[in-house]
Every structure is written in C-alpha cells, then in structure tokens.
Ligand binder design. Structure first.
Ligand code: BGC
Length: 514
C-alpha cells in the first residue's frame, strides 16, 4: 500500500511509508493485549446472571431474582454482586500507575508480559474459586493484568505504526477488546446451559487462554523504536525503524525520535511535569476522554446486557443470545473505524457517533419509560422488546466507530514522549475509575432512576459531542513526535504551548496555514 499522506496541520512533516509485513504482524500480535480486557468485560455479565453461580456465592440475589413480581428495575440490585464485577477496575486503576514506570524504564513489552501473567494467575483463582474471598482475589489479579495491558498496548501500537496508519493499527486494540467480549459471550451462552457449577467455572477459567496469548506474544515482540531510544539503544532503534518502515530512508523520523528523546531527558519527573501549563491540553484530554467514554453509558450494555434483557422480560437464554448479537454488531462496526479513522479523521467519527448514540439513547429511554413507567411493573410485548434491542444495536454501532476505539487511540497519540507513559496511565486510571463507578452503581441507578438513566447518559453524550467539536484538534496523519504543532495551532490550546516546543510561534504556524 502506498503510504503518502498530506498532513492538515501546517509545519508538520510528511513521511512517505508503505505498509510492511513486519509492522502488520507486530501490531497484530500487540493488539492481543486487548483480549484479556475484552474477555473479562464479556464474561462477567453472563456469569452474574447464571443461577448456579448466584446460588453458590450470592444466595440472597438468587432468592430475590426468583421472587415473583419484584419491581423489574430492581431485580438484580445487590452491592456485593456489583462489587464482584467492579473490584477488577479498581485493581486495574492501581496497577496502571505502576505500569507507567515499567513501561518507561524497561520498555512497553514487559508491561504487556506482566499483564498477561497476572491475568493468568487470576483466571486460576476464579476458575477454582471455593468462596467469595477466592473470587475477589482472582478478580483483583485479573484487574492488575488489565491495568498493565491497557497502559502499555495502546502506546505500543501507536509508536509502532506508520503515522499515516496509526489510527487503524491502534484500533486493533479495540477490535481485540470486542473480539474478547464476543468470544466470552458465546462461551457463556453454552456454559449457562450446563448443570451445576461447572458452567461458570469454565467461563471464568478460560480467561487463561487470552492471558497466555498476550504473555507469549509479549515475549516474541520487539520493543518500539521510541522506547529503544528512550532507553539508550539508538542504533537498534534505527535498525528497527528501517525494518518496520521497509526502507533505509528513515533519517527524518529517526531524527524526530532522537529530538523527542533529548527533550524528554530534560524531564526527570513525568508525574510532576505533566502538571506544568505546557502539558495542559494533554492532561485535560487524557482525563476528559476516558471520563466521557465511560459516561456514554456503554458498559451498562457491556456488563449488564443479559441482565437488562431479562429486565425487559426476555428469558435467560434469549438474553444471552441478544447480548451475543449486540457484541457481534459492535465487532463489525469497530472495523468501520479501522478503515476510516485515518481517512476521515478522529473528529468526524467522534461527532457522527455521538449524534447517533444520543438519538438512540433518548429513544430507548422513551420506550422503556412508556412500557414500565415509574413503577417498574408491567410486561413488554415481543415487538416492543425487539424495537428496544434494535435501538440498543444502533447505539452500540455508534459507540463502536467513535468513542470505543478513539477513547484508546487519541490519548495514546497526543502526548510528547516525556509524559507519554504517565499520561497513558492517567488515561487508564480515569477510564477504570469510571468503569468501576458505572459497574458499581448501574443496578442501583436503574432501580432508582429507572428509564431516566438513559436520559442521564444522553445528557453526557450531548456535552461530550460539543466538547470534541470545540476542543479536540484533528490528529490524523500527524507523526506522533510532532503532535505539539497540532496543539500549538489550536485556537484555545495554542497559548499553552511555548514557541520553543515547536520551534515556531503560533502566529507563524497560522500564517503557514493560510
Ligand atoms: C471501553 C470499555 C468497553 C468496551 C466495549 C472499550 O473501549 O473502554 O469500557 O466495555 O470498549 O464496549
């Protein structure tokens, strides 16, 4: 594939690369890192709706679920049950902060390896769990694994990819997440039909498969040129760049990496420095994007689709099947992002996806409101239930080509080398914190806010769409170590970036744009 491109930002260098098998295979294996997160996201919701699992560990939820004519909105409301799901995200939050140091000092691949390893141990604890303690310890280990992987993999992919295809390659992470979710839902569908405790044990224990994939993948993967230079292996980095880019003419990009690394050496404390005004745009975006990603409400669907569908009156088998369908739609629609993100850019996808989610959420809220009212009792007809499932699919599709992949891509590509690892750790930590909150609070919120919950998330989708429109500059095709120029040229963020960070003044950049 010819790799020429024209950058939109004035003063940004244009590299001319083709797609090589090496970069393709490396990023393909690197993207496995998303599998563990996805597998877990997909498995938890199904397992927590399996009767033998509830009977074994959460008998009071089981009893409540069985009691006839319980308020539909509150059928599954249990703090302990949600703690099972959400404990993982708190653990991931903590480990992502440690991961940033390992990623910076030892290289990206060792964080990936550690991620796979802890996830592997966690899967054993869960598969063989005899009591709640084992279950929670297992979840916490899985969480450590997810934190390490999510901190390192998006950065790894963004640094390996040629600038003109960075979006597509980085989106491989999201494809892997959704693939993990879909496989997990399919597994749940079958294990849910098994008698006794074996079903949920298989579901939880099979998490060891994606764990091994990322572990072995990390062992054979090379580290990124950026990280090699950062750790003092400039010659190896140049060789790596040549083989990744498929040409000996990598001088310009190599020089950019060296310059970025020189600059990053001035920065001794990435955690302190990220607070400096010159990194304000990255810091705000690194916090806002994961916050907004979670406030789309996507994980209400991801975790609780089977529960939600049961609330709508579907049987438990039909609920798992519907969850599988939404997962497959999400997977297919993520490819829309893969194929368009470097052509149309990040902003177009964010804005289009946002509007689509907004409209479908409002429609879902109205439908559920009309059918269940505020009392939460009543029955929903087959046709109406199908319309709701269709609306959920439209909503999921919108997320799949916007906030899903871009929520990982944009934070991984906007920061200069000296703060990149710290920024990515903040991204993961914020993401995990709000994933935790949604997981922990959703069932209680559904119980109290009822259909209003969908309007609640719709308000956030509205706000985030405006935010992107005003505050996020386009980053497609911009070499990762040249990103400062994009910020410098932005109407609002420009004043935060000192002239010496880009070698020109904002006025000059704007003049070049004319
Ligand atoms: C989000 C997750 C979500 C997943 C699947 C990811 O990008 O970070 O919270 O569950 O996509 O929808």
């Amino acid at each position: 594939m010819a790799g020429g491109f024209v950058s939109q930002t004035p003063g940004v260098r244009n590299y001319n690369y083709k797609l090589t098998p090496k970069v393709f295979i490396t990023c393909f294996i690197g993207a496995f890192g998303g599998l563990i997160f996805g597998y877990d996201l997909g498995i938890s919701g199904g397992v927590t709706s399996m009767e033998p699992f509830l009977k074994e560990f959460f008998p009071h939820v089981y009893k409540k679920m069985k009691s006839a004519h319980e308020n539909e909105y509150c059928r599954f409301d249990s703090e302990l049950l949600t703690l099972f799901t959400s404990s993982l995200y708190l653990a991931a939050l903590v480990s992502s902060l440690f991961a940033s140091t390992i990623t910076r000092i030892f290289g990206r691949k060792w964080s990936m390896f550690l991620g796979g390893f802890t996830f592997f141990v966690g899967s054993a604890f869960n598969g063989f769990a005899q009591n709640i303690a084992m279950l929670l310890i297992g979840r916490i280990l899985l969480g450590f694994g997810v934190g390490f992987a999510n901190q390192s993999v998006p950065v790894y992919l963004s640094e390996m990819a040629p600038p003109n295809l960075r979006g597509a390659f980085n989106n491989g992470f999201q494809v892997a997440i959704i693939f993990g979710i879909v496989v997990a839902t399919i597994i749940n569908y079958f294990t849910a039909q098994m008698k006794g405790n074996i079903g949920w044990r298989i579901s939880l224990g099979l998490a060891c498969v994606p764990a091994m994939m990322i572990m072995f993948g990390a062992l054979i993967l090379p580290d990124t040129p950026n990280s090699l230079i950062e750790r003092g292996f400039a010659e190896e980095a140049k060789e790596m760049l040549r083989s990744l880019r498929g040409t000996d003419e990598v001088e310009e990009e190599f020089q950019d990496l060296i310059d970025a690394s020189e600059e990053s050496k001035q920065v001794k404390h990435p955690w302190k420095n990220i607070l400096l005004p010159r990194y304000r745009p990255q810091l705000i975006m690194t916090c806002a994007i994961p916050f907004f990603q979670q406030l789309t409400g996507i994980n209400v669907i991801t975790f609780y689709a089977p529960v939600l569908f049961q609330t709508l009156g579907f049987g438990s088998k039909a609920s798992l099947l519907s969850a599988m369908v939404t997962g497959i739609i999400e997977l297919l629609c993520t490819f829309v992002a893969v194929f368009t993100v470097d052509r149309f850019g990040r902003r177009v996808l964010f804005l289009q996806g946002g509007i689509q989610m907004l409209i479908s959420q409002i429609a879902i809220g109205i439908m559920i409101g009309v059918k269940f009212g505020t009392v939460g009792t009543g029955n929903i007809g087959k046709t109406d239930a199908n319309v709701i499932v269709a609306l959920i699919c439209i909503y999921v599709a919108g997320f799949a080509w916007s906030w899903g992949p871009l929520g990982w891509l944009v934070p991984s590509e906007i920061s200069p080398l000296e703060i990149r690892s710290a920024a990515q750790a903040i991204n993961v930590a914020v993401n995990m914190f709000f994933t935790f909150l949604v997981a922990q609070l959703f069932l209680t919120m559904l119980c109290h806010m009822k259909f209003g919950l969908f309007f609640f998330f719709a308000v956030f989708v509205f706000i985030m769409t405006i935010f992107i429109y005003l505050m996020l500059p386009e980053t497609k095709n911009v070499p990762i170590e040249e990103m400062n120029r994009v910020w410098k040229a932005h109407w609002f963020w420009g004043t935060f970036i000192p002239d010496e960070a880009v070698g020109v003044s904002a006025a000059e950049l704007q003049q070049k744009a004319v």
